[in-house]
Every structure is written in C-alpha cells, then in structure tokens.
Design a protein around this ligand. Structure first.
Ligand code: DAK
Length: 260
C-alpha cells in the first residue's frame, strides 16, 4: 500500500511508520490521520508484524501539531459535525493491541505531542521538544493532551505547560516521566528499532497481555486492576508459549514462540 503523507516499511517483524511532510514539520492533517489509521490497522492485522515504531521524517520534527492551515479554514460546525480527528485517533489507540513505540526526533507539539503520548512508550532524541502550545492559538488540547500529559507528568507541570504553551526539552521530559529514555539524536532510529526488535522477539500473546495490563492501571481502581492482572496472568498460563517458555528456561535454550 502506498501513501501520500506517511511511509511504511517492514523490517523483519517490526513495522516502521514515518510521518512524511517534512516541509510542514510533519503537521497532522486529515489525510495524515486517515493514512495513519490505515497503516496501524494493517500492522494490527498482519500476524508477521509484532512491534511498530512511529517517527517523523527530516531532522526537525516528529510532528509540530495539527495542521494549523487546515484548521484555520474550518468553522466550529465543521469541527463538531466531522468530529474532527476523533474517530481516527480513537481507532489507533483502541484497535492497536500490539505494542508500538514513538521515536520522537524533534518537535512534538500539540497534536504531535498527543500522538506521541498515544504510543506505549516514547524514546526521545536529545533534540526532542514537547509541548501543548494550543493556548497561543486561542484553543486547547483536543486529542488527549490535557488528560494524558497530566497522567504522565502530574498536574503542576501539565498545567504550567498548557497555560504557558512552553516547550519541554528531552532531559526534562525524561526527568518528568514523559519519555522512557533519551538517546543521542543520530542513534534514535536504530535504538527504537532495536528496542522494537527486542519486543518482537518476545512471546507475542504475552506482549499483548503485558500491554493490556499496564494500560488497565490508567482506567481502573487498584483493586480492579489487580483482578485484571491476575485473570490475564491465569489466561497466559494456559498458552502454548508459557509451556515452551518455561521448558526453554529449564533446558537452557531459546524459546520458539507460537503466539498462542
Ligand atoms: N501546522 C501547519 N504548518 C506548520 C505547523 C503546523 N502545526 N508547524 C509548522 N508548520 C510549517 C510552517 O508554517 C512552515 O511552513 P512554510 O512557511 O515554510 O510554508 C514550516 O512548517 C516550518 O516552520 P517554521 O518556519 O515555523 O519553523 P521554525 O523552526 O521557525 O519553528 C516551530 C518551528 C515548531 C516552533 C513553529 O513552526 C511552530 O510554532 N509551529 C506551530 C506549533 C503549534 O502551535 N502546534 C500546535 C498546533 S494546534 C482536535 C484535536 C487535536 C487538535 C485540534 C483539534 N480535535 C479533536 C477537535 C490539535 C491542535 C494542534 O496541534
């Protein structure tokens, strides 16, 4: 499948999706979101693909936000009637059960920061800059920023970021738990792809289960989360990969996964 605004490449069991509007700092317009949704659905449906990486093309940006030029031409009624961006972004988050990583190579602002925060985790280049500058445009986050940023870095910092529109550099983002790791700029893609390959080498059903459990921590009380964790653990104990994984450990060899 060929796209206009993104590129998609499979490297062994890892799908690399690249936002590809470098002249507009990979700003997200309707076409990008439509194509991203399609690419994530294809990744989810392809059983040979076990982890994905999303990054931005060019040296400057992951994504500098939703496309301001596109939005400037829309009336309130258009945003409301089209439910602008919402159907696509919720499809990406809810239907991608397999793991994916955001490799943030520069600006991740507004919708770009929100898209990165939809990933299972973020690896950032030392040049990465995160922010929710929508207030400067007379609006506010619309794709989850006020919620996911607050859950990631806490109220005080999230409120300061949203109210001032200031950017947060990579080092502060790591210190604030927004990103898992910061790596040298030139090593970002290799590092993210290697991390994805490592995840892809794990028992695939256990990878989905681990993701589901950790995500449950955001949606439920501790008691309910612990029940979900126990139940999923119990389901995994019935899998062929559990039998194989434990046998491989005892026999001091690598496991061979069936994904079931
Ligand atoms: N949209 C469109 N074009 C953009 C863009 C954006 N967000 N960001 C940059 N560009 C374009 C610039 O217009 C410029 O294009 P040309 O003039 O060359 O044609 C090119 O990219 C290079 O940008 P600059 O010349 O500005 O580059 P600088 O290095 O000087 O500055 C910058 C980089 C990232 C600091 C600056 O470009 C900037 O401040 N960009 C805007 C950042 C921003 O405000 N982002 C938030 C956008 S609002 C919703 C859901 C979500 C959203 C809305 C609704 N619903 C569910 C309803 C999301 C909203 C947003 O993300």
């Amino acid at each position: 499948m060929s796209y206009e605004t993104i590129t998609v490449e499979q490297r062994d069991a890892v799908t690399l999706i690249t936002l590809n509007r470098p002249k507009a700092l990979n700003a997200l317009n309707s076409k990008v979101l439509e194509e991203l949704t399609d690419a994530f659905a294809a990744y989810q449906a392809d059983s040979s693909q076990l982890c994905a990486v999303l990054t931005g093309s060019g040296d400057k940006a992951f994504a500098a936000g939703a496309d301001i030029k596109e939005m400037s031409e829309k009336a309130a009624a258009d945003f409301y009637l089209e439910d602008f961006f919402s159907p696509w972004t919720s499809e990406i988050v809810k239907k991608t059960r397999k793991p994916w990583i955001a490799a943030v190579n520069g600006f991740a602002l507004g919708g770009g920061c929100e898209l990165a925060m939809m990933a299972d985790f973020i690896i950032a280049s030392e040049n990465a800059k995160f922010g929710q500058p929508e207030i400067k445009l007379g609006v506010a986050p619309g794709m989850g920023g006020s919620q996911r940023l607050t859950k990631a870095i806490g109220k005080s910092k999230a409120m300061e970021m949203c109210l001032t529109g200031r950017m947060m550099g990579a080092e502060e983002a790591e210190r604030s738990n927004l990103v898992a790791r910061v790596v040298p700029h030139d090593e970002l893609l290799d590092d993210a792809m290697n991390t994805a390959a490592q995840i892809a080498s794990m028992p695939p059903m256990a990878a989905i289960a681990n993701k589901e459990m950790v995500n449950a921590a955001f949606e439920t009380s501790l008691d309910q989360g612990l029940i979900i964790e126990r139940r999923i653990f119990q389901i995994l104990t019935a899998s062929e990969d559990k039998k194989e994984g434990m046998a491989a450990f005892v026999e001091k060899r690598e496991g061979k996964w069936k994904g079931r």
